[in-house]
Design a protein around this ligand. Structure first.
Ligand SMILES: O=C(O)CCC(=O)C(=O)O
Ligand SMILES: [Fe+2]
Length: 334
């Protein structure tokens, strides 16, 4: 397809390695804890408290959960999926152009042209867009408006969940912290496309290599195809797709803020034989926001700003090919 990035060509020295050595381990499929958010609005206090408890428990144990009755309408999600398909199905030569759709030059990303081993190889393309950039996207007004609608509702959902989680930590400034530190323009949307991969049967090719998200929390809308996996108790498990639910995962900043109570879990996407789409909303603060562990226990992490965290991650990726992430900000890190 002229819209697919040149994966075969780029990875031609690595792909023959697939037949040799490594074998994929069987991965069990699990249904993530599913939380019905309509209970948060229930007149029954017990029901509200039970729902809050489920959110807190899922964030502390799984770091991942799914929500239903989340407030983002089917229409917004359907339009998002439609617009996403439309933009990815533009010719590759257009997508790589510096000013495609009026976005910042590094918004469009594909694969990992620098991969030197199968483990680093990724079979996907993405538009990673800062909300600040949306106002300049005048070439495609329908995509812009659809993303604005999705972001507005995803932000409301992210803020509600973040406030519940912070409140549970006894954070004194919960009421104002997210309001003050997470203005709408500081978050990101990432549209992901996983093209069909002819080597998917090996189960060794990643659509997206293992990572944690560098935000407070992420709201992910995935289609019915599946492929998302997370690391639980040292084992990879596959997330069963549920088209009625959104996936929520805790990011590094909440792990730091909560002094390790909430878990930012490593996850990956395995390449599949059919095309797959997802959209993630990354709930982020502004660059100068201070992330400081709260609670009564001694802080495990040093205090840092989100700007410092991003710069350090970019530097680590440049130097060693991966982010070291929160580990680097442990007080005990030398
Ligand atoms: O495609 C997915 O299901 C997950 C995407 C993801 O982890 C990300 O964009 O950070
Ligand atoms: Fe992610």
């Amino acid at each position: 397809m002229d819209f697919d990035p040149p994966f075969q060509q780029t990875y031609k020295t690595l792909l023959p390695e697939l037949g040799k050595g490594d074998k994929a381990f069987a991965v069990e499929e699990y249904e993530l804890p599913s939380i019905n958010l309509s209970h948060l609005l229930s007149p029954n206090q017990n029901e509200r408290e039970k729902c809050i408890d489920e959110i807190v428990r899922a964030a502390s144990t799984w770091g991942f959960f799914q929500v239903v009755n989340h407030g983002i309408s089917d229409e917004v999600l359907k339009n998002m999926n439609y617009e996403e398909k439309k933009v990815f199905h533009q010719p590759f030569e257009k997508k790589v152009q510096k000013n495609f759709l009026g976005l910042s030059p590094d918004s469009y990303r594909w694969g990992n042209p620098k991969a030197t081993s199968l483990k680093q190889l990724s079979w996907s393309e993405a538009f990673h867009i800062c909300m600040e950039d949306l106002s300049g996207m005048n070439e495609s007004k329908t995509l812009r408006f659809t993303m604005e609608k999705f972001a507005k509702t995803a932000r409301g959902l992210a803020k509600t969940l973040a406030e519940i989680l912070a409140d549970n930590l006894g954070m004194i400034k919960t009421g104002t912290y997210f309001q003050e530190n997470c203005p709408p323009n500081s978050s990101y949307i990432r549209m992901n496309r996983y093209p069909p991969c002819p080597y998917s049967s090996s189960k060794l090719v990643c659509g997206l290599i293992p990572h944690t998200d560098s935000d407070f929390l992420s709201v992910v809308f995935q289609d019915h195809v599946g492929g998302l996996q997370l690391l639980k108790d040292g084992k990879w498990i596959a997330v069963k797709p549920n088209p009625n639910a959104l996936v929520i995962n805790i990011g590094d900043l909440f792990q730091a803020l909560s002094n390790g109570v909430y878990k930012s879990i490593r996850h990956r996407v395995i390449a599949t034989e059919v095309e797959r789409f997802s959209v993630a909303y990354f709930y982020c603060p502004s660059n100068d926001a201070i992330i400081e562990s709260c609670g009564e226990e001694p802080a495990v992490y040093k205090q840092f700003t989100f700007g410092e965290y991003k710069i350090q991650n970019e530097k680590d990726v440049e130097d060693i090919g991966d982010k070291i992430g929160l580990q680097r900000f442990l007080r005990s890190y030398i």
